[in-house]
Design a protein around this ligand. Structure first.
Ligand code: HSE
Length: 305
């Protein structure tokens, strides 16, 4: 009658895989509870850690939960609480963590009737409600864990990609706001074929590197020549932070989702700590306010606490 879960923060795109790739973090995310009640319907009774609407028609978790009960009516209601473990609007899939968490939690109370793919479809409704587009990269990574590839949107097809054991994520979140909608408005609507070839070759290289634990191939493939150039102007000192991350040994660095968080993938704890310090120093020198994360990759997705 009651369930408590952890739903992870996620890094979408992972450089070359715009709207198609995502990865889940081990240490950062939302904690949510779901309690069966006698009063039918969904109620978000409490949100801590961020100032977000309790209104179920607007809140990502509420939208998802309502859609699930509409499709599968229940003779009970559900009270939801959400503790946001990190700042919304960071580019670390905050709305996705809540949307995916709601899909997972409600499904548990319904008896586990939906598959991970169906949960992803429900969670995409939360993304649509919050940023205008039903993107699957963050929500699929939160639900499946590890790296996920959204191989097709119609019909939805999600492929789980293996995670090399030494891979670490360092992320730095400058305290500026970048709305996903605004970050999508600056994107090119057409791209030269030559650029498309470069980009999809890098996605292929990254996927292959992840399968074969080939860290050099992963490093060579973490390149985005289409989305990053259009968005990086929204992020303070992006080029400098990236340069310092690479100099400190990162395999690659890029914009996490739609930003403003910058992420770096690193091999091993020692390198990750070096990269952490290098980019921390960069923002300290420039007097930019920021938060930082160093995390393993979460390979299991949402977990019951
Ligand atoms: N793939 C999306 C984007 C993630 O980059 O706009 C943000 O939700």
């Amino acid at each position: 009658n009651y369930i408590k879960i952890f739903s992870p923060a996620t890094v979408a795109n992972v450089s070359c895989g715009f709207d198609a790739l995502g990865l889940a973090l081990e240490t950062v995310g939302d904690t949510m509870t779901f309690t069966k009640t006698d009063v039918e319907g969904i109620k978000i009774t409490q949100i801590t850690g961020a100032d977000l609407p309790l209104d179920t028609q607007i809140n990502a978790a509420g939208v998802v939960a309502l859609a699930m009960l509409e499709k599968h009516p229940a003779d009970f209601g559900i009270d939801i609480t959400i503790h946001k473990g990190y700042t919304p609007g960071s580019g670390l899939g905050s709305s996705a963590a809540s949307a995916a968490g709601a899909a997972f939690g409600v499904n548990q109370l319904l008896g586990g009737i939906y598959s991970p793919l169906e949960l992803t479809q429900f969670a995409m409704l939360g993304e649509e409600a919050t940023c205008g587009t039903p993107i699957a990269d963050n929500v699929s990574a939160a639900i499946y864990g590890g790296f996920t590839l959204v191989r097709s949107y119609e019909p939805l097809s999600i492929v789980k990609i293996p995670v090399p054991a030494d891979l670490r994520v360092v992320a730095i979140h400058p305290q500026v706001e970048v709305k996903t909608k605004d970050a999508r408005d600056v994107l090119p609507t057409e791209i030269p074929l030559k650029d498309a070839v470069t980009q999809w070759a890098n996605v292929g290289g990254l996927i292959s590197g992840l399968h074969t634990n080939d860290y050099q191939l992963i490093a060579d493939s973490l390149i985005d020549i289409i989305v990053e150039p259009a968005r990086k102007t929204l992020i303070p000192h992006f080029d400098l932070v990236k340069k310092e991350a690479l100099k400190a040994g990162a395999l690659g660095a890029g914009i996490s989702g739609s930003g403003p968080t910058i992420f770096a993938l690193c091999k091993g704890d020692a390198t990750a700590e070096n990269v952490y310090k290098a980019i921390q120093n960069t923002y300290q020198d420039k007097q930019i306010d920021f938060n930082m994360i160093l995390s393993k990759i979460n390979t299991k997705g949402i977990k019951i606490l």
